[in-house]
Ligand binder design. Sequence first.
Ligand code: NAD
Ligand code: UDP
Ligand code: UDP
Length: 314
Amino acid sequence: MGYYDNRTLVTGGAGFLGSHLCERLVKRGADVLCLDNLFTGSKRNVSALLGDPRFELMRHDVTFPLYVEVDRIYNLACPASPIHYQRDPVQTTKTSVHGAINMLGLAKRVKARILQASTSEVYGDPEVHPQVESYWGRVNPVGTRSCYDEGKRCAETLFFDYQRQNDLDIKVVRIFNTYGPRMHPDDGRVVSNFVVQALRGQDLTIYGDGSQTRSFCYVDDLIDGMMRMMDSDKGFYGPVNLGNPGEFTMLELAEKVLRIVGSKSRIVHRPLPPDDPRQRQPDITLAKNKLGWEPKVGLDDGLKETVAYFRSIL
Ligand code: NAD
Ligand code: UDP
Ligand code: UDP
């Protein structure tokens, strides 16, 4: 198997992160099969790749079996924004759990290396701060976020059991809040909401008092980390945190967006959704040591790129 002619499957490849990943993989010479049911993703996200002979888009739902021959699998299929993953919560859990079983079964049959896009949500509303990989988390099993959080936790369990039971070549990354160009304008996540609201001159909607924190990673940095993990030594399974440790309150984020856009929008407060984590910040010591990775793009620079993107499409 040549390094640069890998047949690489990307599930959820027409989504925000998936489309950036497909682009980078094609650029480096991989043969990419992008699989997506287009629930939150779109053909437009990968339109620039559609004519490339190394790229193929397949409409398929990962909860159904898939028989293809590939060398590497990035498993990203799953809606990531609360409004989307809560629209059909049973399907969300199925996507994470049945999707993981199918992709692991595929990896087992064709002896492919497989990477799972897990999430900082496995830590829930954490009492350990910043979050280290050894922390087991504090997740509500019966709330409105549980379909996503517990689905992703179960997927991690499946990955590690397939590794132990079948000696599968697995990799698990826990992704912290990531933003950038190609987020869907109605995606509902905080960065896209604030930027779109500021550009349209609408009120910026802060949920709760805005003192909750998140740590925002620019998409290019995140994709770089994910690819480094895929290329890392066999036997390093993770889970490994990928995110930018720069931590901000939602109030600080709103003020930054207003300043960068030069908007006169006001800040308004809306009710805080249930189980909304109070604070979140990755400890990335493991990624630094094992992958030689750390993010390079600060929030101000990343927001400028993101604002420029939304300006161009709105
Ligand atoms: P996204 O919603 O843009 O992408 C998800 C993609 O998966 C979409 O293209 C969607 O159509 C597809 N999909 C959903 N269900 C599917 C199914 N059953 N079969 C096939 N395709 C399906 O979100 P994103 O931000 O690009 O997230 C990608 C992955 O990264 C997700 O697994 C998400 O949980 C994870 N993640 C993202 C973040 C973030 O901040 N962006 C943080 C943590 C984890
Ligand atoms: N699977 C798939 N593609 C493959 C091989 C398996 O989609 O190339 C699915 C299949 O539907 C199966 C699941 O992966 O249900 C788990 O496969 P595994 O071999 O681990 O379990 P089993 O087939 O014994 O249930
Ligand atoms: N949030 C907000 N206004 C919005 C959207 C989200 O204040 O318009 C808050 C949300 O309550 C949460 C934080 O921003 O505290 C991040 O939300 P997002 O949905 O982007 O990600 P997640 O909660 O999954 O980390």
